[in-house]
Design a protein around this ligand. Structure first.
Ligand code: PHE
Length: 336
């Protein structure tokens, strides 16, 4: 009798393990534990045993029945938790997967890297400096005297009387020359800040500064260097013009315009019908700046330039609103 009970329990557990869904489980439950089931039949057969064996066998069958009942409940929970009556349907291998979108490089980061790439190929080093800057580096050493009207142009954020958020990357000219003896050939990319906000201005934007100092550097070097840069960056067919301008730290100074990439010079909204786009400021380093860093002005000359990265990125990719760069709309960013 004992072995019959054990065999029946083992058979029930094996069948249970193979039950693929709730319907199969229910059938098994009827087969073993139902009113006409195998366990019930076994209990009924106890009556035919001699009285001295009946007691012990009865306890064994009841214990087995309890264990099986528990095992069936367990299996029912497991199959119900699988969420679907039929596990073959629960795992639909033909469903498309959940996409994990791949991130990309921000268009400004990309353009900044491309600008740096063009200049490093021309032999420039890359310098970095602080965004919270002393008045000395941002203005004074660059030949902006304390009450000079040119400070007006810069919409400065002041941290204190002598500390500002840098309004341009030109402080890197001074910081670089303080640390290095000539010759110097360096670019300085980074964030700059001006208290200004509309569809062509954001309070934070990016510039790349450039500085070249050596014996015998002339305006022709400036023209040659910037022309090569623009031709490599936008294509060799782009026309350029150098227009006289003013910066306290360069003399003579020039702003550089390139032929409008949108209308090819015919005149459009982007170039305000002039056919030209202003893309950078430049000039020969003012001797006063050299004196502030202890360079011998009778030996060395140099040129400097500064360009806005957002502007260059807008022209390169035909983007019409500067603010798009900073909204972090993935639908915009994903295009690059
Ligand atoms: N720092 C100037 C600006 O932000 C640009 C510039 C840089 C002009 C270097 C001349 C030389 O407007």
């Amino acid at each position: 009798m004992k072995s019959r009970i054990e065999e029946l329990e083992a058979a029930a557990l094996t069948a249970l393990a193979g039950a693929a869904n709730l319907a199969a489980l229910k059938d098994l439950s009827v087969e073993y534990l139902g009113r006409k089931g195998k366990v019930t039949a076994l209990l009924r057969s106890l009556g035919s045993l001699p009285p001295e064996e009946r007691r012990e066998a009865g306890a064994l069958v009841n214990a087995a029945k309890e264990r099986l009942t528990a095992a069936f409940e367990e299996a029912e929970k497991r199959l119900a938790a699988a969420g679907d009556e039929n596990p073959e349907d629960a795992l639909d291998v033909t469903l498309s997967g959940r996409p994990h979108p791949v991130g990309g490089v921000h268009p400004l980061t990309r353009v900044l890297a491309e600008i740096c790439d063009v200049f490093t190929r021309m032999g420039f080093g890359v310098a970095k400096g602080p965004e919270v800057e002393l008045d000395w580096y941002n203005f004074e050493a660059l030949n902006f005297p304390p009450d000079h009207p040119a400070r007006e142009m810069q919409d400065t954020f002041f941290i204190s009387e002598k500390v500002v958020l840098r309004t341009h990357t030109s402080p890197l000219q001074v910081r670089t020359m303080e640390k290095t003896a000539p010759p110097v050939r360096v670019i300085a990319p980074g964030k700059v800040y001006r208290c200004d906000s509309d569809n062509t201005h954001t309070p934070m934007f990016h510039q790349v500064e450039g500085l070249v100092v050596d014996r015998g550097i002339g305006f022709s070097d400036l023209k040659g260097c910037l022309t090569s840069f623009i031709h490599r960056f936008f294509g060799p067919e782009i026309p350029l013009r150098f227009r006289p301008s003013f910066f306290p730290f360069t003399e003579p100074s020039a702003e550089v315009d390139m032929g409008c990439v949108m209308c090819k010079g015919k005149g459009c909204r982007v170039c305000k019908d002039t056919g030209w786009l202003e893309i950078l400021g430049s000039g020969m380093v003012h001797p006063a700046v050299f004196e502030n860093v202890g360079y011998d002005t009778s030996v060395y000359t140099g040129f400097a330039f500064g360009m806005g990265v957002e502007r260059i990125a807008m022209l390169k990719y035909g983007i019409d609103d500067l603010r798009k760069f900073f909204e972090n709309d993935v639908r915009f960013l994903a295009q690059f």
